[in-house]
Design a binder for this molecule. Structure first.
Ligand code: HEC
Length: 108
C-alpha cells in the first residue's frame, strides 16, 4: 500500500515536471527562439543543452545570458555557429519571460 502510494506520487511529480518543461518550450516557441534553437541539437544557434553545459557552475551565468538574450550578441559560439549573431529580444519578449527562458535553458 505504502509502496503504491509512493509510486503514485512519484508519477505525479514526473508529470508536473514534464508540464513545466513543455510550458517553457511553448514560451520559447511563442517567443520565436525555436526558429534557431533546439534543446538537443544545434540549429542556427547552439543546442540549449550545450549552453547549459557550458555555463554549469557559473554563478554569473543567469545575468550574463539574460543580458545576451535582451541585447543580442555574438562571438561566444563561433566554433559552433560560424559567427552568426543572436538577435536582440528586448522589448519583443518581456524581461520576465526572458528570465524564465534563461532559467529553463540553464536548468537543462
Ligand atoms: C535568428 C536565430 C536565433 C534566434 C531566433 C534565437 N537565437 Fe539564441 N542564439 C543564436 C546564435 C547564433 C547564438 C550564438 C551567439 C554567439 O556566438 O555568441 C545564440 C546563443 C544563445 C544563447 C547562449 C548565449 C551565450 O552567450 O552563450 C542563449 C541562452 C540563447 N541564444 C537563447 C535564446 C532565446 C531565449 C531565444 C528566444 C527569445 C533565442 N535564443 C533566439 C541564434 C538565435
Amino acid at each position: 500500500m505504502r509502496a503504491r502510494l509512493l509510486g503514485v506520487s512519484a508519477a505525479a511529480v514526473m508529470l508536473l515536471g514534464a508540464g513545466q518543461a513543455s510550458a517553457d518550450l511553448e514560451l520559447a516557441k511563442a517567443s520565436g527562439c525555436l526558429a534557431c534553437h533546439s534543446v538537443e541539437k544545434k540549429v542556427v544557434g547552439p543546442a540549449w543543452k550545450d549552453v547549459a553545459a557550458k555555463y554549469k557552475g557559473n554563478a554569473g551565468a543567469k545575468a550574463e545570458l539574460v543580458a545576451k538574450v535582451k541585447a543580442g550578441g555574438k562571438g561566444n559560439w563561433t566554433a559552433v555557429t560560424g559567427g552568426v549573431p543572436m538577435p536582440p529580444y528586448s522589448p519583443r519578449v518581456s524581461d520576465a519571460n526572458i528570465e524564465k527562458l534563461v532559467d529553463f535553458v540553464l536548468g537543462l
